[in-house]
Design a binder for this molecule. Structure first.
Ligand SMILES: C[S@@+](CC[C@H](N)C(=O)[O-])C[C@H]1O[C@@H](n2cnc3c(N)ncnc32)[C@H](O)[C@@H]1O
Length: 222
């Protein structure tokens, strides 16, 4: 996770999948919730504001509150938001919102159920994208490292405890690189570093030119 802090400056140019995911999630939100004008929305894990920009261009919001674990405000210049809450997202939910949103961030949360429970105490509407089981399988297979991804079904079961209506989708997006090393460099620049415990030998023998991203989208209401 600390890799993000070092790589925010290269994130936007390399976050190819995250940009597509942010765009798709915005479209889903626009068509799913029948609210024309949101008075208060919170975005969790906003990073450099890729998703924030899509949301502000497509949805009417009077007050938008942004959160990230790191202070990313210098990347958010020119965006219309009410305030920035720095810190762990699970601890940052203090007020009530019409809608809580997040793109490409929840896979970093160790206790997803606790987060969903906290969110459900503050809103009737939640929409997020998250990377799910199978994500970056090329990295898992070679380096034996992975986040604790969940399947779409597991996430739906968890959400059902706190929200009555859940719409969900999943998809796989593959990025092709010229060289395996380009794939590893790409990951590093988006904050997913192969940790220093990986031996030089392991890095040299990585032979995959494709990276597969498995994404889940969830739209929930009470
Ligand atoms: C892959 S980036 C996604 C950023 C942005 N939402 C986007 O769509 O490009 C994940 C973001 O989640 C943030 N993050 C990870 N764990 C967090 C936590 N516990 N609380 C708040 N933010 C967190 C990271 O700092 C990073 O900015």
């Amino acid at each position: 996770m600390k890799e993000f802090d070092k790589n925010f400056s290269t994130y936007d140019d390399n976050a190819i999948v995250q940009k597509e995911v942010a765009k798709k999630l915005t479209e889903l939100i626009k068509h799913h919730f029948s609210i024309d004008n949101y008075s208060k929305v919170m975005e969790l894990g906003c990073g450099t504001g890729i998703f924030t920009r899509h949301i502000l261009n497509n949805i009417k919001i009077e007050k938008l509150v942004l959160n990230d674990y790191f202070n990313t405000e210098k990347y958010l210049e020119g965006l219309k938001y009410e305030k920035f809450v720095k810190g762990d997202m699970s601890q940052s939910l203090k007020e009530n919102y019409d809608l809580i949103i997040s793109s490409s961030s929840f896979q970093w949360i160790e206790d997803l159920e606790n987060l969903i429970k906290n969110i459900s105490g503050k809103t009737n509407n939640l929409a997020f994208s998250i990377y799910i089981t199978g994500n970056l399988k090329e990295i898992q297979e070679h380096f034996d490292i992975t986040l604790n991804y969940k399947t779409r079904k597991e996430i739906v079961l968890l959400l059902k405890k706190y929200f009555s209506e859940i719409e969900s989708y999943e998809e796989e997006r593959i990025i092709k690189f010229k060289q395996p090393m380009d794939a590893l460099r790409h990951l590093k620049k988006t904050g997913v570093g192969i940790n220093s415990n990986s031996s030089v030998q392991k890095i040299r023998t990585f032979s995959e030119k494709n990276l597969s991203y498995s994404v889940g989208y969830f739209l929930c209401s009470k």
